[in-house]
Ligand binder design. Structure first.
Ligand SMILES: [Mn+2]
Length: 429
């Protein structure tokens, strides 16, 4: 397989930046030392952190109005895996890919071999019962797992079981279920009966899970249904995880809440009761905008990570969240957006590691609101870029992933190999 990113080019890129990076790293190390923090231990944790790339994220997304594809769009899952591998080779923070069925359906052996040749693994499988599939007999127009018609529910259950079966052959260990089920008009759906039907369908999916698998359910307050959704919020999501059993967990997509909802507090509650499954990271201004992680409200992302690091710090029982990006890139090169987003997620993690937890707890106990909040702000204000860059360079990535990517000419090369496909669908889930 030909090299995706030229090694000699990457070495030149890093060599030209290393002298100043070393100085920045040392200066930051001294600063952190004065705060009682060992920079090397932060760097080790940062180097071990990973976030999964959604296969659908490497293609240009779209809105309800239009999609404007860029050059070299991936034509199939194998092109998508190549793009994911390019991202990983520069960022070293994205070792796994989350597949979407049926969009990524292909020979499982070839999927596994291709991923392995790139050093990638498969994260959670994603089912799709929010659109009709050409070979399916029944339509999901009026719902899937909660549909009033038993045969449609059966088809949706079978599709989810098929996703598990595919996942087993490629080494995945989780299934993420998001449904578009809901209603557009008051009175259209009986809330209780729809949720009963959903739970009954999900119990069948749950039964098909292998012993070492987890199932993640994703709540979303609106869209595509605009009056009600069956799995509308974290409360309903928690009920689902409770009803299904110990392998069921809640997935938090940052964009699936009402504006101003305190997401970090939801995260804390789910951790406390052992039901946080993982994340779909993205950012938003208004709704499920699927903008790049940390692009609009980096402090919110930091506050989410503050809860995660708090849980890590006190060894919260059963704490093992899956980290995935879930974004739609409409005006940027998706590879660049995903590299920046993965870096922003790692940045929030690194900043949260800098919080002086003993001091924070003392301020909380003393009801010193000002000093408590300043303790968080002081960690958030720290520029941890030298730690991230050094961790990347030491693990074979790029000091500056976007600059190295542009220098590599990857997009131009794949644009020559991949003729434009008309009408390829973008995915926003
Ligand atoms: Mn999502």
């Amino acid at each position: 397989m030909s090299e995706l990113i030229n090694t000699a080019l990457l070495e030149r890129h890093n060599a030209s930046r290393l002298p100043s990076l070393k100085r920045d790293y040392e200066t930051l190390g001294e600063q952190l030392d004065r705060r009682g923090i060992a920079i090397e231990s932060i760097k080790r944790k940062v180097a071990g952190f990973g976030v999964a790339i959604p296969s659908w994220g490497v293609g240009t997304g779209g809105t309800r109005f239009a999609r404007f594809p860029g050059p070299g769009e991936p034509r199939d899952i194998f092109d998508k895996l190549a793009d994911c591998a390019a991202i990983q080779s520069l960022t070293r923070a994205t070792r796994s890919v989350s597949l979407h069925i049926p969009w990524d359906k292909a020979d499982p052996k070839r999927l596994k071999d291709t991923a392995e040749s790139y050093g990638l693994r498969f994260d959670a499988m994603n089912s799709n019962t929010f659109q009709d599939h050409p070979d399916d007999r029944y339509s999901y127009k009026f719902g899937s797992l909660s549909h009033t018609d038993a045969a449609t529910r059966r088809q949706a259950v079978d599709h989810n079981i098929e996703c598990i079966e595919i996942g087993k052959t490629i080494g995945s260990k989780a299934l993420t279920v998001w449904i578009g089920d809901g209603s557009n008009f008051p009175g259209q759906s009986n809330f209780t009966r729809a949720f009963e039907r959903y739970l009954s369908s999900m119990r069948e999916v749950y039964e098909a899970l292998p012993e070492d698998w987890r199932i993640f359910t994703e709540h979303k307050m609106y869209e595509p249904a605009f009056y009600s959704t069956v799995v509308q919020d974290w409360g309903t999501n928690y009920l689902i995880a409770q009803e299904l059993g110990p392998k069921a967990f809640c997935l938090v997509d940052l964009g699936h809440h009402a504006p101003n909802v305190n997401i970090e507090m939801i995260v804390a509650r789910l951790i406390q009761f052992g039901k946080l499954g993982g994340f779909h990271f993205n950012d938003s201004k208004y709704g499920d905008d699927d903008l790049d992680a940390g692009s609009v409200d980096p402090y919110r992302l930091f506050l989410v990570f503050n809860e995660l690091v708090d849980a890590e710090h006190r060894n919260a029982p059963g704490f093992n969240p899956a980290h995935m990006l879930d974004q739609s890139h409409n005006v940027t090169d998706p590879i660049e957006s995903l590299m920046i987003s993965a870096t922003e997620v790692v940045r929030s993690y690194a900043q949260a590691l800098l919080v002086d937890r003993a001091a924070l707890e003392a301020h909380q106990e003393a009801n010193d609101a000002l000093m408590a909040t300043q303790t968080l702000k002081s960690a958030f204000r720290t520029d941890v870029e030298p730690i991230l860059a050094m961790a990347r360079v030491e693990s074979g990535g790029a000091a500056d992933p976007v600059a190295a990517y542009r220098e590599s000419g990857y997009r131009r090369k794949v644009a020559e190999e991949r003729p434009a496909v008309k009408g390829a669908g973008g995915g926003i889930v």
